[in-house]
Design a protein around this ligand. Structure first.
Ligand SMILES: Cc1cc2nc3c(=O)[nH]c(=O)nc-3n(C[C@H](O)[C@H](O)[C@H](O)COP(=O)(O)OP(=O)(O)OC[C@H]3O[C@@H](n4cnc5c(N)ncnc54)[C@H](O)[C@@H]3O)c2cc1C
Length: 524
């Protein structure tokens, strides 16, 4: 039996046991908001099921800028309470995930399209630092010459100077971060199923009857739940309409794209610029590549792709703000991402185009007590702990008892990574730097499960082999992920549990024999 068959059998068993089961809470949607809700409720002893119609984090939560940030740009729209709350969440996430989330400097050019000068910029960055409770490095201001010296890539045309402040980044990718919460929920007994769609739901005074469809077999199952959580991100209003639920809020959708290109700067900092529309855009480090983005375009449909106009806009902005040896062209694009931000608006309000980019990024969670339905509207990855806590409070309000209070997020802070260094370095005797990098990657992505990955290397030395030069993913790690992380399709492994598909071109992936041999285990 290959790995895919084993995963399939596990799923079949779980689905078979599901039929006619009753849960305290059913969560629809396996993006960040569904995942944190499942994690906190399961940790508190609530009987939870989560269904995701594709793979976990395969929609908005795989398309973000990977920033864990306090939202400095919302100071421009005077949303001080939002920035205060986001800074608090950022600080908490940085404390709880010291390996996965890294404090990172943001080097913001005050160029010709900046809506303010460097003095005001520095004032804003200082206010941001204060709202961040001084948990990051103090901001700094640079003259035009100082900025160029610090980051030679920056274009001096119309440059007034630069401001540097600190925020944080997810070092792997957003969807892997979501998996952390799914894993935590499963550890505490939640049933979390990818490729299962909620097709239909009807409510009565006791709760909900749900009809679920396994996307892999087309079989349907019926379950009951006392409470339903709509965590479908950009689809939240659509689902509520189908369920005939009235809410005070609805969603406006804003498309944002990113382009992944070869690494542009040796610095590990994020470069920030103002685009022609005076919106901040960034050049963000991702492993051995740079990610440029993002855009903010009003759309009506949650499903969108990167268009030629998007590509041209982003490349043009980057070429204008950077002094590159050779301007970036479409042939430099390694991969692309496109997502829609679900932005919360009051149902009755009319969103005019001129207000568009100033719409708040704050989440709203609505409770329909009579129908026993909770809807999560909007939000940010950064705000996920608050979303989880608010959902758990509302579930309590609906009379579901929480019988435990276990830790539901964060890394194993007692793990001593140095304990594994000597063993790992034996596999890379001539390359201690690589050994350190592989160890850091394993600790970051697998925490205390690192021992189980290394066990595969002990069984077969080939498992220590690096998949792509320049990256720290090994054959053994990918095999571990396939076996243990609900991988059903190749993209679950390449795009979400790891960012390989973002970091290497389709051709590089197709030509990599070691990787193709690993993929055979999932694509039967
Ligand atoms: C371009 C861009 C950049 C961003 N950058 C950042 C950033 O740097 N930092 C930050 O903190 N935030 C950022 N965000 C915001 C953040 O990514 C989103 O707020 C967050 O991912 C939304 O998560 P979600 O769980 O609500 O939605 P989603 O991730 O979309 O999850 C909803 C899920 O519900 C599933 N679903 C829908 N209907 C059904 C059904 N009937 N049955 C089963 N499943 C169903 C969908 O398949 C989907 O996976 C960014 C967003 C975008 C678009």
């Amino acid at each position: 039996m290959n790995n895919l068959d084993m995963t399939q059998v596990k799923r079949e068993n779980q689905l078979a046991n599901l039929d006619n089961s009753e849960f305290d809470v059913a969560i629809v949607g396996g993006g960040i908001n569904g995942a944190v809700s499942a994690a906190i409720l399961a940790a508190r002893g609530v009987k939870v099921v989560l269904v995701e119609k594709n793979d976990f984090a395969s929609f908005t939560s795989q398309e973000s800028s990977n920033m864990v940030w306090g939202g400095i740009k919302y100071l421009q729209t005077y949303e001080v309470p939002l920035v205060w709350a986001l800074c608090g969440s950022r600080n908490e996430l940085m404390r709880a995930f010291p390996n996965r989330i890294k404090a990172t400097s943001f080097f913001a050019a005050v160029g010709p399209t900046a809506p303010f000068g460097k003095v005001l910029g520095f004032f804003g960055a200082s206010l941001y630092w204060i709202l961040g409770r001084f948990q990051t490095k103090a901001p700094a201001v640079y003259s035009k010459e100082g900025a160029k010296e610090h980051e030679p890539l920056i274009s001096t045309s119309g440059l007034k100077g630069a401001v540097q402040y600190d925020d944080a980044l997810l070092l792997d990718n957003d969807s892997r971060f979501v998996w952390e919460f799914i894993k935590s929920a499963k550890k505490y007994g939640a049933i979390c199923l990818n490729y299962v769609e909620m097709e239909n739901a009807t409510s009565n005074s006791a709760g909900w009857n749900l009809s679920l469809k396994d996307q892999l077999t087309n079989k349907t199952k019926q379950i009951r739940a006392k409470v339903l959580i709509n965590a479908t991100g950009p689809f939240a209003s659509e689902l509520n309409n189908a369920l005939e639920i009235e809410t005070k809020h609805t969603l406006a959708l804003s498309k944002g794209i990113h382009l992944v290109v070869p690494k542009l700067t040796d610095h590990q900092h994020v470069m920030a610029f103002f685009d022609d529309d005076q919106r901040l855009f960034y050049v963000i480090p991702m492993h051995d590549r740079s990610v440029i983005g993002t855009t903010d375009t009003r759309v009506s449909n949650p499903t969108n792709e990167v268009t030629d106009a998007d590509r041209e806009f982003v490349l043009e902005q980057a070429n204008r703000c950077l002094e590159l040896v050779k301007p970036l062209t479409k042939s430099d694009i390694i991969s692309e991402r496109s997502g829609v931000r679900p932005l919360v608006v009051k149902r009755k309000s009319e969103v005019k185009n001129q207000d568009w980019t100033s719409l708040s990024r704050k989440h709203e969670i609505e409770l329909d007590k009579k129908k026993r339905l909770i809807t999560i509207f909007g939000g940010k990855l950064t705000d996920c702990i608050n979303v989880g806590k608010e959902v758990s409070d509302l579930v309590k309000k609906l009379g579901i008892k929480e019988i435990r209070n276990r830790k539901w997020y964060g890394e194993d802070l007692d793990l001593k990574s140095s304990a594994f260094y000597s063993e790992i370095s034996e596999y890379y005797p001539k390359n201690p730097q690589l050994a350190k990098k592989v160890l850091a990657g394993l600790i970051r992505r697998h925490g205390s499960q690192i021992e189980r990955v290394i066990e595969l290397w002990r069984k077969d030395k080939l498992n220590s082999q690096i998949i792509f030069e320049g990256l720290d993913f090994t054959r053994g790690e990918l095999l571990y992920i396939i076996e243990n992380e609900d991988v059903v399709k190749p993209d679950d492994l390449l795009r979400r549990r790891t960012p390989l598909k973002l970091l290497r071109t389709k051709e590089e992936i197709a030509q990599n024999k070691l990787l193709q041999e690993v993929l055979e285990r999932i694509s039967s």
